[in-house]
Ligand binder design. Structure first.
Ligand code: IPM
Ligand code: MG
Length: 371
């Protein structure tokens, strides 16, 4: 299979984790006889520095001409700390999502037994946690009209949704539930918000088309609590843009590290894959970031291409590094492996280059030991 992949390295740790994903994709291409070509494009603070715009037109062009987009991370502290900045890196990502109509953001969350000790939750709440969040990504309060009064003392952000916007993502979420544990939880704030009442009505109207799926309705404040108290109860969570942003970060820490979680954003044709972590500027350039969020995102990309065996191989390789303690600093701050070493090990595993007896010494050489 031949695929053209647009690569946006982005900001902070984006470049170094994405490079490991490319290494992994190259290993898959070799092993399974595929051809992946990469075209690099700019976005975020990196793009502002180089072109003045957080999303140059050339980037949209490159993305439109590709089969999928692999993206690193966005954001820089110099903008975070300046609320009056006119141009912000995040505008690039929001515009890209909108331009490509990537209306569904899919964030799978499952726990890894090897990492239970890192979770803020207790082990007994973690076993069997396996759910997926379908977050609406191109509507709602993120994209509504924004105002700031002339004297700067009053601001507003409109939240608008149409039936069509809700329907298209609801169908995807119901279909996903049919392939899984057949439970869909709509998270909203229908006791207060008009848009949430529209979500409920539309989703309830669609539900009979998916009679094998059980539909649950949950207010967002309760959902935030249930994610901590009993995360096992969830299968597919469907929610709007803002609630999905917040709940997916909350959900990610359940696994023990934000650095592990991948995501896919899909819509009418286009597809973008990115780890859910941010740009983590403190770690940038140090080769210590966790590459697994990006590598699992690359696995989602392979799955999206229909390459299920290849996606499974990437996941198995990543799982092997976790099980053997080849982990990054967020997982083991004392005895960790470099970002690039983990990428190399995963690529080697994919190409069956890991001998049954590990070359302990070579591996140890790439390990950072601060004790
Ligand atoms: C995410 C991020 C983005 C969002 C930011 C960077 C604009 O937090 O993808 O969850 O809020 O959607
Ligand atoms: Mg977020």
């Amino acid at each position: 299979m031949e695929k053209k992949i647009a690569v946006i390295l982005g900001d902070g740790i984006g470049p170094e984790v994405t490079k490991q994903s490319i290494r992994v994709l190259d290993a898959i291409a070799k092993q399974f006889n595929h051809k992946f070509t990469y075209e690099y494009a700019l976005m975020g603070a990196d793009a502002i520095d180089k072109t003045g715009s957080p999303l140059p037109d050339a980037t949209i062009e490159t993305c439109l001409n590709s089969d999928a987009i692999l993206f690193g991370a966005i954001g820089h502290p110099k903008y975070d700390n300046d609320p009056s900045a006119k141009v912000r890196p995040e505008q690039g990502l929001l515009k890209l999502r909108k331009s490509l109509q990537l209306f569904a953001n899919i964030r799978p969350v499952h726990t890894f037994p090897a990492l239970h000790h890192l979770s803020p939750l207790k082990s007994k709440q973690l076993e069997g946690v396996d759910f997926i969040i379908y977050r609406e990504l191109t509507g709602g309060i993120y994209f509504g009209n924004k105002t700031l009064s002339e004297d700067g003392t009053q601001a507003s952000d409109d939240c608008t949704y149409t039936t069509a916007e809700i329907e298209r993502i609801a169908h995807l979420a119901f279909k996903a539930a049919q392939q899984r544990k057949k439970k869909l939880t709509l998270v909203d704030k229908a006791n207060v918000l008009e848009t949430s009442r529209l979500w409920r009505k539309v989703v309830q109207n669609i539900a009979p088309q998916y009679a094998d799926v059980k539909l649950d309705l949950l207010f967002v404040d309760n959902a935030a609590m249930q994610l901590i108290v009993n995360p096992k109860q969830f299968d597919v969570i469907l929610t709007d843009n803002l609630f999905g942003d917040i709940l997916s970060d909350e959900a990610s820490v359940i696994t023990g590290s934000l650095g592990l979680l991948p995501s896919a954003s899909i819509g009418n044709g286009g597809a973008l894959f990115e780890p859910i972590h941010g740009s983590y500027p403190q770690a940038a350039g140090k080769d210590i970031a966790n590459p697994l969020g990006s590598i699992f995102s690359a696995a989602m990309m392979l799955y999206h291409f229909g390459l299920t065996a290849e996606a499974a191989k990437v996941r198995a390789a990543a799982q092997w590094t976790l099980d053997n303690g080849f982990v990054s600093k967020d997982i083991d701050p004392m005895n960790f492996y470099f970002t690039s070493t983990i990428g190399e090990l995963i690529a080697d595993f994919i190409q069956d280059k890991i001998p049954s007896e590990l070359h302990e010494e070579n591996i140890q050489l790439r390990k950072s030991t601060i004790i």
